[in-house]
Design a protein around this ligand. Structure first.
Ligand code: TMO
Length: 350
């Protein structure tokens, strides 16, 4: 009985907080009282627009989150988007959410849109991120560059020559990802560290070109250094990131620094159009709670990059295999019955 009273009290309290803190839009206060286990949402019937970009986990996660929204009766639309310009599109309302804001690649574009207004920081995933240059572990096992993963091993000419390719002019090659991800970051870093005489940066046309390079280098028995990231399917496959001098705020040249630093231990953030919590309060509350771990995100990429599934099929499989994970976010999404202390802490009613 005591428990029941407590539950009722908490429910009323949370609804009150929600109503007070959401803006004066009339539908949002009515939907906040919707009861649990409701599969027909009172959110707007306008589709929630989810962007897709050019790496696997992001696309699978787009369909995973879209599937979660559909499970409560929402409509969803997917739109291929430029991974830098998308934050401006969200600010303007052409795209509704972003579910993988990687700090190193997109932090600047995200900050700029947030500061202009119209885009909200919707919290971080549990997974932390690293986006940096590295190599498959067999490079070390074959002794192709003694001293790795310390970056100073790259100063050796006998190391660099093991990483030469037909397009690298006799230098060792770093294969960066598509230039849209980091612009001139890696060429600037390479020069700043004094490696320009021995190494050069080339840009891959796609993420798939990075994975093709891993396979080709292994077959040819030559060294390879590629841009990669974690969480990714390669976490399980044996991939090591180079240890560059540590990142600190302002160290990269774009921020006015000397560029002699590696990438940060970064966030993986979510963002929403500022009107989303009013137009789709239930979906917005669920999206606030959504938080994926490193292994969950790695598994989403693995279904595509290792198992060669289509992104949408991979998402369906992920949702079917992980109901226990995501149903905890949709059940009672606007009701306090299942709230525990963790939900109170992570819920940021603004
Ligand atoms: C943004 N990315 C995951 C490709 O580094």
């Amino acid at each position: 009985m005591k428990k029941v009273l407590y539950i009722i009290l908490i429910s009323v309290f949370s609804i009150t907080i929600y109503s007070c803190s959401s803006s004066s839009d009339s539908d949002s206060s009515t939907t906040s009282t919707t009861t649990d286990n409701d599969t027909t949402t009172t959110d707007s019937k306008m589709p929630i627009v989810i962007p897709t970009h050019n790496w696997s986990s992001q696309v699978v996660m787009a369909y995973v989150i879209g599937g979660i929204f559909e499970s409560i009766g929402n409509r969803v639309a997917y739109t291929p988007s430029d991974s830098q310009a998308v934050y401006e599109s969200i600010r303007l309302g052409d795209v509704t959410i972003s579910h993988e804001v990687w700090q190193s690649a997109f932090g600047k574009s995200f900050d700029a849109a947030r500061d202009k207004g119209g885009l909200l920081d919707w919290g971080d995933h549990e997974a932390r991120t690293l986006e940096d240059m590295g190599f498959p572990n067999w490079v070390m096992d074959k002794g192709l560059c003694p001293g790795l993963p310390n970056w100073e091993a790259l100063k050796s000419p006998s190391c660099a020559k093991n990483f030469a390719t037909p397009d690298s002019g006799g230098k060792g090659r770093w294969l960066e990802g598509p230039q849209s991800w980091h612009g001139e970051l890696m060429p600037q870093r390479l020069e700043a560290l004094g490696l320009g005489d021995l190494w050069t940066v080339k840009f891959a046309s796609s993420a798939d070109a990075l994975w093709a390079e891993l396979a080709a280098a292994e077959k040819e028995g030559r060294g390879t250094i590629i841009f990669n990231w974690t969480p990714n399917f390669t976490d399980a496959a044996g991939f090591t990131f180079i240890k560059f001098p540590p990142y600190y705020d302002g160290c990269i040249q774009e921020d006015g620094g000397d560029g002699k630093c590696g990438s940060p231990d970064g966030y993986l953030k979510k963002a929403v159009n500022a009107k989303f919590p009013e137009t789709h309060p239930q979906a917005a509350a669920i999206f606030k709670k959504i938080s994926f771990t490193t292994s969950q995100i790695g598994a989403m990429a693995d279904l595509v990059d290792t198992d060669k599934m289509a992104h949408a099929d991979a998402a369906k499989k992920w949702l079917a295999d992980n109901k226990n994970v995501w149903e905890s976010w949709t059940t009672n999404s606007t009701n306090a019955l299942v709230w525990d202390q963790g939900s109170w802490d992570s819920h940021n009613w603004q």
